[in-house]
Ligand binder design. Structure first.
Ligand SMILES: Cc1ncc(COP(=O)(O)O)c(C=O)c1O
Length: 306
């Protein structure tokens, strides 16, 4: 691997990219029990870089690990500082940040026993997740043939590594069929979320998003709910069906990677006018102002990198 690959924080040390390796008998590699996060750092208009909702993301990493029965061998503050340190070490002004907690080799069966718990934090430059055009003009989505995991089979509030088999299959199916993203229904048949995004619709001026019952508690979802409240946009956290999505005036995804991405079509049916709607654009504009440090009211969502 080339030397210009970003360095990685690995169990308390900063190591070159090609030295952050794992053994083939790493427990998580076989059984999927691990937890990860996705965080972004942005270059703000004042020239400084900042991490968006750093504590919330690291807190969710601990919650995911807790659900998985994994005890992270570091304090929350240590991992928050490690994120900042590894960004500085790599001199990255804007980056996607991927902390991962995984169970090492040792016991080979399903029960991990006292195998070592590892933590790594990787960072890399990452532009728009679904493409620049997606942010401006919206994406084409497909209702997935894969159902979102049942709440008693997998723990949907945790970003557990193995959960993402469901997401990868939905995203791959959508891509194979020429769509940008898949939308998964829950086991009751209601709209749940995208493979890596929460979903919102707008009908008659009201914003609607599925309740947290069977989806990931998205940090961007919460940002958008707070921004909507600030804009006096009425919000309902309520289940809705696939046909309600088809007849929505507007629809969009939220996510750390996807940010606020308009959905212009679902299953080849136009959503509203087939162009990003006014409420979507208003919330998207506000979100982008916040992440650039241009919105004083929500600047506390940013941790500036010293
Ligand atoms: C399944 C799923 N839903 C929703 C989201 C959006 O969550 P967040 O806004 O915290 O990135 C993600 C991304 O982490 C995800 O993987």
């Amino acid at each position: 691997m080339s030397d210009d690959q970003p360095k990685i924080w690995f169990n308390g040390e900063v190591v070159p990219w090609n030295e952050a390796n794992v053994h083939v008998l790493t427990h998580t590699l076989h059984y999927g029990l691990g937890a990860f996060e996705g965080i972004r750092a942005y270059k703000c208009s004042n020239g400084k870089s900042a991490v968006l909702k750093l504590t919330e993301h690291i807190q969710r990493l601990y919650s995911s690990a807790h659900v998985a029965g994994i005890e992270i061998p570091y304090a929350i503050e240590t991992l928050c500082s490690a994120v900042v340190d590894i960004l500085r070490e790599n001199e990255l002004e804007e980056a996607y940040i991927r902390p991962i907690v995984f169970i090492g080799p040792g016991k080979k069966g399903i029960l991990p026993g006292d195998n070592v718990i590892n933590v790594a934090i990787a960072v890399w430059p990452w532009g728009t997740y679904l493409g620049d055009d997606a942010i401006t003009n919206g994406i084409r989505a497909k209702i997935s043939s894969f159902t979102r995991m049942n709440i008693n089979s997998f723990m949907t509030k945790a970003k557990i590594c193995g959960n993402y088999v469901n997401s990868v299959m939905a995203r791959q199916e959508a891509a194979d069929l020429g769509f940008d993203e898949g939308i998964l229904l829950d086991s009751e048949g209601y709209v749940a979320e995208g493979s890596g995004e929460n979903i919102f619709i707008v009908r008659n001026g009201t914003l609607k998003t599925p309740p947290l019952t069977s989806i990931l508690e998205g940090i961007t979802r919460k940002c958008v709910l707070d921004l909507a409240e600030d804009e006096n946009i009425p919000v309902k956290e309520q289940c809705f069906t696939r046909d309600e999505l088809y007849i929505a005036d507007e629809a969009f995804f939220t996510g750390t990677a996807a940010e606020v991405t308009p959905i212009k079509e679902v299953d080849n049916k136009k959503i509203g006018s087939g162009k990003p709607g006014d409420i979507t654009k208003k919330l998207q504009k506000r979100y982008f102002a916040v992440i650039k440090g241009e919105d004083a009211k929500f600047e506390h969502w940013l941790d500036y990198i010293p």
